[in-house]
Design a binder for this molecule. Structure first.
Ligand code: IMP
Length: 201
């Protein structure tokens, strides 16, 4: 079967993408299958730039079509922080959440959004990037243990549950990653034959 590499070693993201790709005629591999991948410095100024850099590096290293995402949380009252620094905001998920809630203590405006940029690289070139978002608010104390990252404090608009309480199937329908991924998949299906069997192992 043809395969495509997602340029991440985050097992949670791999699992989300596997679900999103269910039913497609392509097998997903990740950097967990390429443990010697040297890594990429995420020094871009935007989600799109970082995604493009990661997709290109994985495409060149693995010698197959690759895609990468860069995602994060933008909080209105913090002028968009932590943004592209979401994973580096503090050392662990628990500390990131604690720091965020600390910064927002007494702040009335809880508006926030998750953003995800996805870049696709084929034959050593980035061919397209896409962006998805999901809007919501930061609640006062974590709820739920599912998902990862800031999920327990993010309540998407129109839902009572946080992403940390939500069934994965539902999160996978409405998340920033799902929105960006659908755009990418439509593009691949409509415009490209990049997932043809030429890329068989
Ligand atoms: P990335 O791996 O460079 O894209 O880092 C994204 C960071 O943003 C993650 O480490 C999380 O802290 C946060 N993040 C991105 N997407 C999500 C999500 O779906 N739920 C919770 N946190 C997320």
């Amino acid at each position: 079967m043809a395969y495509i590499v997602v340029a991440t070693s985050n097992a949670h993201k791999v699992e989300e993408y596997e679900k999103l790709l269910e039913g497609q005629k392509v097998e997903l591999k990740s950097l967990l299958d390429f443990p010697n991948f040297p890594g990429v410095e995420e020094d871009g100024a935007t989600f799109r730039e970082n995604a493009a850099k990661k997709a290109l590096a994985a495409c060149k290293y693995c010698d197959v079509p690759a895609f990468a995402d860069d995602s994060g949380l933008e909080v209105e009252a913090l002028d968009g922080r932590p943004g592209i620094y979401s994973s580096r905001y503090a050392p662990t998920d628990a500390e990131r959440i604690a720091k965020l809630l600390g910064e927002l203590e007494g702040v009335e405006n809880r508006r926030a959004r998750f953003v995800c940029a996805i870049a696709i690289a084929v034959n050593g070139e980035v061919i397209e990037t896409f962006e998805g978002e999901v809007k919501g608010r930061i609640i006062d104390a974590p709820r739920g243990v599912d998902g990862f990252g800031y999920d327990p404090v993010f309540q998407p608009d129109g839902y009572e549950e946080t992403f940390g309480e939500m069934a994965q199937e539902l999160k996978n329908k409405i998340s920033h990653r799902a929105v960006a991924f659908k755009l990418a998949l439509n593009f691949v299906e409509d415009e490209m034959s990049v997932l043809d069997d030429d890329f068989d192992l």
